[in-house]
Write a protein that binds this ligand. Structure first.
Ligand code: KIV
Ligand code: ZN
Length: 529
């Protein structure tokens, strides 16, 4: 306990519920990179994936289990032996491991989704937890759609889960339906009416359909929840989950009303937010709390004046506490390796010397094109470099372009596709059209472009451009982000980034079809609970 504050555990589900966001897909390498950062950030539990869902998910959970030094590694499983065995196998090598198993408990879900009655669900809870105990004693259990579950039945399910061996009881507001007063009362009632509740930690998992995920989570803490499930940038199914950065900074900033603490190193918040955004292709809205570009910007004269006199006038948290430095302008063409390394550390990065050398070279290249290098440029540079280091189906190699007012545009693009360098040229109506058509010639696909957006990362005409691209093919949506001082190169990078995700996502879909087909066979074999 710190200064009479109670600890709240942070359970990050960016790699599981976060990856379920429409359009987000992460490779095994992406997940490893994020999990390393979550470990550095000192997140208590990482929900690394749903191993039964696909080979890729299994592989990611297995690898994260091998490298996680600080965080408990958790795998998700439905109340089925096949899922639980796969989860248990995937986390086998983790220093500290957890299985999170769940089943729906609301009448609506039981009737239409599970086609099971209450007695069958109670039996399934018991059997699933007993099965999970073969692999670990750290078992978390969730009644899916808890906030719409009939109360007496909910209490019964929780009691059985605890007596069967669950140590954490997670209460999900699966469809983001609850409002704060109602959700905190639910936690209070659970504490009052479940006889053995003192033997488990209460957790909550709130979705953001009504924009209440963070408020509901905080309300739950005041009534006894001591674990919060959340994601970086609030990504997740539909409108997403409670945002980790908001939960953690609320607890840090309002200790007067919320006497709790977390172990999260808040200085890593900005860099991890950038990493997740660049991997998923989901840009963070500018006014997003804590990690939005404008979260610490003061536009009006009155506010700027107040800030100059005393920053407390309009700033309730310092930019430094989330890993932003106070000075906007950071480095320039003449900055040396040491200054660059210190800046990376200030921004919450902890890279080895060889990675710093690589990044320093990219920094020098950028400084040749751009006089002033801002923090945002450094984040973009690190994201870009991390993407380059990954194994991807397509790598962007180069672009030459001729275009002009009232003249045809011609783009020549080179890529590395499945290990082979290929180049194609294409005409188009304007530079973007010719670039995207050339890429389509190189990697034939039926994807349609549904969003193309350019933002300047910093100020000035020499600012780096950040381009976002969204593609859709056969009901699959993917996002790509690319940045460069050359907007056309940034566009090519974004389009290629999205195509890489499309390839990955299609592969995942195939794998999960195989997995779930296998399960149908198992059902016939009566291996299912
Ligand atoms: O939203 C939900 O109910 C979930 C469960 C698996 C906890 O994600
Ligand atoms: Zn969820």
């Amino acid at each position: 306990m710190k200064e009479n504050l109670e600890r709240v555990l942070i359970f990050d589900t960016t790699l599981r519920d976060g990856e379920q966001s429409a359009g987000a897909s992460m490779s095994v390498e992406d997940k490893l990179l994020i999990s390393e950062n979550l470990n550095d950030m000192k997140v208590d539990i990482i929900e690394a994936g749903f191993p039964f869902a696909s080979k890729g998910d299994f592989e990611a959970v297995k690898k994260i289990s091998e490298i996680s030094k600080y965080s408990v590694v958790c795998a998700l499983a439905r109340a089925q032996f096949s899922d639980i065995d796969s989860a248990g196998e995937a986390i086998k090598k983790a220093k500290r491991k957890r299985i999170h198993t769940f089943i729906s408990t609301s009448d609506l879900h039981m009737k239409y989704k599970l086609r099971m009655n209450r007695e069958e669900v109670l039996q399934a809870i018991k059997k699933s937890i007993l099965r999970a105990k073969r692999y670990t004693n750290d078992i978390e259990w969730s009644p899916e759609d808890a906030s719409r579950t009939e109360l007496d039945f909910l209490y019964k399910t929780i009691e059985i889960a605890i007596s069967s061996g669950a140590r954490t009881i997670n209460i999900p507001d699966t469809v983001g339906y609850a409002i704060p007063s109602e959700f905190s009362k639910l936690i209070k009632k659970i504490r009052k009416n479940v006889a053995n509740i003192d033997k488990a930690t209460i957790s909550v998992h709130c979705h953001n359909d009504l924009g209440l995920a963070v408020s509901n989570s905080l309300g739950a803490i005041t009534e006894g929840a001591r674990q919060i499930e959340c994601t970086i940038n609030g990504i997740g199914e539909r409108a997403g989950n409670a945002a980790l950065e908001e939960i953690v900074m609320c607890l840090k900033t309002r200790k007067d009303k919320l006497p709790f603490y977390t172990n999260v190193n808040t200085k890593k918040i900005t860099s991890v937010s950038h990493l997740v955004s660049s991997i998923t292709g989901f840009s963070v809205q500018p006014n997003k709390a804590i990690v939005g570009k404008n979260a610490f910007a003061h536009e009006s004269g009155i506010h700027q004046d107040g800030m100059l006199k005393n920053s407390n006038t309009y700033e309730i948290i310092t930019p430094e506490s989330v890993g932003l430095s106070s000075s906007e302008l950071v480095l320039g063409k003449h900055s040396g390796r040491h200054a660059f390394k210190v800046k990376l550390q200030d921004l919450g990065y902890s890279f080895n010397e060889s990675k710093i050398n690589k990044l320093f070279k990219s920094f020098k290249d950028l400084a040749d094109k751009k006089k002033q290098i801002f923090e945002e440029d450094i984040y973009a540079l690190v994201d870009d470099e991390q993407n380059l280091l990954k194994k991807r189906a397509i790598d962007f190699l180069g672009l030459t372009l001729s275009c002009g007012y009232k003249s045809k545009s011609k783009a020549k693009i080179s890529i590395n596709y499945l290990g082979k360098k290929i180049t194609k040229e294409c005409d188009g109506n304007g530079p973007i059209d010719s670039i995207f058509k050339a890429i389509k010639k190189l990697v034939p696909n039926n994807a349609s472009l549904v969003l193309y957006q350019v933002n300047a990362i910093t100020k000035g005409t020499d600012a780096q451009a950040e381009v976002s691209v969204r593609l859709e093919e056969d009901g699959i949506t993917v996002h790509g982000i690319g940045s460069d001082v050359d907007t056309m190169a940034a566009s090519a990078k974004a389009y290629i980034g999205a195509l890489n995700k499309l390839i990955l996502k299609k592969k995942r879909q195939e794998e999960s079809k195989e997995s779930f087909f296998g399960q149908t066979k198992q059902k016939v074999d009566k291996h299912v609970i």
